[in-house]
Design a protein around this ligand. Structure first.
Ligand code: GAL
Length: 387
């Protein structure tokens, strides 16, 4: 007769039971039992399947750079993810813009119905140049899980003035102003002396800086590239061309000098909402919620969307936004996707996924140790805590 202990011991460690809940911040095993490796990611729903794309990290602080590429996972239920491999691999050629060891962050993939191609955009910093490049990378795939082909890396909107600046500001910088910027410390965060009207003019010819980013496809199929620009001080929302491969030449500046990054957009009942964070590197900080009736603005800042009485609300539950995932077939159902970075051992970064609730017509996020899609919207029609 088997004792209790013996019964326990016959469990095969690799035998995996299906997951049926989200556990924000916990290790999240894939179908092979390995913690999911898709940081700073986003999701795409295509033909009944969700695909989660993100930065593949390796161990240690070396893992903050790209040594492998963009990892993709697939799922039908959002809890159980199958490893679908590397969608975009870094290049072994040291001359390649995506050479192994470059910084490749916040990849997002959208599907273009006209070209039937999957289009990936990401933030790219060439190897060994810190964050000075501030480039956007574009890759294209015929299959959703790849392999994606790298197309090019560039600074968007070269030679194009933002739609929402005064004519008087539509002029390139003079030498004296250029000099002035050169000696300024623009890093870190809000500065009272941040030169709100200078950087987009400085970068008019070469293209605008583009770091933390997301993509958003509107109801009419128009896609937008949303990126932290101008030394992280100002977000840009930039329309993409019909094939989604390039900027279309129309963009706006959002809240100049407010230092928003980690943008994640949703549209709810005709209104646009954007989660962002402050700029504090890998360290978490209080989330922000922005809102607008038109994607072109004006955008207003509504404050911190995190609610509840736990101490974690001050730093977004120890995480930073990366994407808003609309739950297919469920009205008013969106998931706030965020990263709990572990810069000292990047591969151990965790995922904080929480349901977006709507309070008095605006999104809010509260902490849950564990939750499932069923408990949030049991009636399937009333929406998630809509009030
Ligand atoms: C964060 C940003 C991350 C990464 C990091 C590097 O502010 O959101 O994507 O760039 O800085 O320090």
């Amino acid at each position: 007769m088997k004792t209790e202990t013996q019964t326990e011991s016959i469990h095969v460690p690799s035998a995996r039971t299906l997951l049926n809940s989200f556990k924000p911040g916990a290790v999240w095993p894939d179908n092979k039992g390995v913690h999911i490796n898709a940081h700073g990611g986003g999701a795409l729903f295509h033909e009944g399947v969700y695909y989660w794309f993100g930065e593949h990290k390796i161990e240690g602080d070396a893992g903050n750079a790209a040594h492998v590429g963009v990892h993709v996972y697939s799922s039908r239920d959002l809890y159980n993810w199958a490893d679908a491999g590397i969608a975009l691999a870094v290049n072994d050629d040291p001359q390649s813009p995506i050479a192994r060891g470059c910084i490749l962050e916040r990849p997002k993939v959208i599907f273009n119905p006209r070209t039937k191609r999957f289009v990936m955009w990401f933030h790219l910093e060439p190897k060994d140049a810190g964050y000075s490049g501030s480039l956007s990378g574009v890759a294209v795939g015929a299959n959703v899980t790849g392999p994606f082909q790298f197309q090019r890396a560039f600074r968007p909107n070269a030679g194009v003035w933002p739609m929402n600046v005064a004519d008087a500001d539509k002029r390139e910088l003079g030498a004296a102003e250029f000099e002035r910027i050169g000696t300024m410390d623009l890093g870190g965060g809000p500065r009272p002396y941040y030169p709100k009207q200078l950087l987009f003019r400085r970068d008019f010819v070469g293209g605008q800086m583009a770091r933390d980013m997301t993509l958003f496809v509107d109801d009419d199929g128009a896609a937008y590239h949303i990126y932290s620009s101008e030394g992280n001080g100002t977000l840009h929302i930039s329309l993409l061309s019909d094939d989604y491969l390039a900027p279309a030449g129309k963009y706006v500046r959002v809240l100049p000098g407010r230092f928003n990054e980690a943008p994640a957009m949703l549209k709810w009942r005709g209104r646009y909402f954007m989660f962002t964070s402050d700029c504090t590197g890998w360290a978490p900080n209080p989330a922000r919620l922005l809102a607008a009736d038109s994607i072109w603005g004006p955008w207003e800042e509504l404050g911190n969307p995190c609610i509840g009485d736990g101490p974690q609300i001050v730093n977004t539950f120890e995480s930073q936004s990366t994407f808003v995932l609309p739950v297919a077939g469920k009205r008013d159902a969106f998931i706030f996707m965020a990263d709990r970075w572990r810069p000292e051992n990047a591969i151990d970064g965790r995922y904080v996924w929480l349901p977006i609730e709507f309070r008095h017509g605006v999104p809010a996020i509260s902490w849950r140790d564990e939750w499932s899609l069923d408990e949030i919207n049991p009636a399937g029609s009333a929406g998630w805590s809509v009030s």
